[in-house]
Ligand binder design. Sequence first.
Ligand code: UDX
Ligand code: ADP
Length: 463
Amino acid sequence: MKITKICCIGAGYVGGPTMAVIAQKCPHIQVTVVDLNEQRIALWNDPNVDNIPIYEPGLSEVVAEARGRNLFFSTAVDEAIAEAEMIFISVNTPTKTYGSGKGLAADLKYIELCARQIARVSTTDKIVVEKSTLPVRTAEAIKSILQNTGNGVKYQILSNPEFLAEGTAVEDLFSPDRVLIGGETTPEGEKAIQALVDIYANWVPKERILTTNVWSSELSKLVANAFLAQRVSSINSISELCEKTGADVNEVARAIGMDSRIGPKFLKSSVGFGGSCFQKDILNLVYIAKSYGLHEVADYWEQVIIMNDHQKTRFAKNIVCTLYNTVADKKIAFLGWAFKKDTNDTRESAAIYVANDLLFEQAKLAVYDPKVEHTQIISDLNYLQTRPSQENEKGIQTFNDPYEACKDAHAIAILTEWDEFKGYDWEKIYAHMNKPAFIFDGRNLLDKEKLTRIGFKYQTIGS
Ligand code: UDX
Ligand code: ADP
C-alpha cells in the first residue's frame, strides 16, 4: 500500500511540527493539516514564516521548505479527509472538567467528533492513525464509530503515539529514540502498519521503528510519560529533604545519575513539572487503574501528581515566608511563564499556580517571558476560576523588558529556565531593586556565587 496523500486533523503542538517534518522528509507525499480554528490556520499560512503559531527552534525553516510544495494548512476539513489515504488524528484530549471521570479521565469528545466526521465524508478505504495521547482502548471506540456509521468503507486503525518534547520537537522528530506503531494482527492490519512504517523509514533507521499491538502502543505512551514525570517528582521530593539536611540536590542528582542503571536525564529538580502531557496522562493512568479496581496502582501513580502540586505550593509559600510573612502590595517579578524553555506553550505551567497563590496573598506580579503574551497569562489564570478576571488583570502586569519587570521589585522568581536569563546584567538589576533583594530560583539556573557577591539573597530549590 503506497500512501500519496495524508490528512492530519489538528494543527496544534503535535500535529503541526509532526506533519511539517513528514512533509519535509517525504516530498513525494502530499500532507494537508486541517483545523477548525481559522486564526490558527491563517498563522500557519502567514507569508512571514516567523509568524507560525507555535514557537519551536528550527520549525519555521522546515515549514518554509515544505509549505506550498507538499505541505498545506487548511480549514477545509471534509475535503482533506475525503482525498487522503491516511488520516492522522491530532486533536486535543484535555482532562474532563465535567461528569463522570471529571478531573481524571481524558475528554474524548473531540476525538469522537473526528471519527464521526471521517465516517461521514469517506468514500474510499482509510488508514486512521491516533496521534493524540489517548486512554487505552480508544482505537476500539474509533473503530466502532467508523464501522457503524460509515458508508461501507474499510478502515484500519493504528496507534502511533508522539514522543516529541516541546522546545526540542524538530530535533526529536528528526532523530527519534523510537517510533511506535500499534495495529491489528490481521493481514489488513499488518499492511496498514507497513504503510506507516514505510513513511517513517524515509528518515528513521528501521531498528528504531517498533510495531506492537494497538493496546500496548496506547499504554506505552501513558507509561513513558508517567515514568518521566515520576523521575521529576522523585528528585523534587529529595529537594525538600536536602533543604532540611544541608545536602545539595544537584550534587545528589549528579551522584545518582552517574549510575548507568539510573542515568542522568530528567533528574533536574524544579518548581514542578508542567506541560499538557504529564499530569493529564498520569491522571488517565490513575483513572484506568481505578476503573479496573486496581486501587494500589492508582494511588501509587497519583502520588506523582500530589508531590508535584506540593512542590509548586511550597515554592510560593517559601516566597511569602521569606519576605517577612507578607507579600501584600509588594512587587514580585516573574522571569518566565512558559512550562519550559524554548516554547510558547503555557499549559499546566508551574508559573500559573505559583502566581495564583501569590495573588491570594495580594502580591503585585510583574511578568516577563520572551515568548508569552499578556493575554495568554491572564487567560491561564482565568482558567483556574479562582477570582474574577478583573482581579487577575489588577494583580498582574506584563513587561517586554526584563529590567523594567525587575525594577523596584522586592523579589525575583525564576519560573522557566530560559537561557537568556543567565546573561542579564545582574548588577544593574540589583541596583534598581528594593533591598534586601531576593531571588527565588525555581530552576537552579543562575550562578549562586556571583549573585550572592552582588548582594542578592539567593535561594534555590534543594540546597
Ligand atoms: C513530555 C515528554 O517528554 C514527551 O516525550 C511527550 O511526547 C510529551 O510530554 P514535554 O511536556 O513537551 O514532553 O516536555 P518535557 O521536557 O518532558 O518537560 C515536562 C516538564 O517537566 C517541564 O515543565 C520541565 O521543566 C519539567 N522537567 C523536566 C523538570 O522539572 N526536570 C527535569 O529534569 C525534566
Ligand atoms: P496538541 O498539543 O495535542 O497538539 P493543541 O490544542 O495544540 O493540542 O491542538 C489541537 C488542535 O486540534 C486545536 O488547534 C483544535 O482547534 C483542533 N481540533 C480539535 N477538534 C477538531 C476537529 N474536530 N476538527 C479539526 N480540528 C480540531
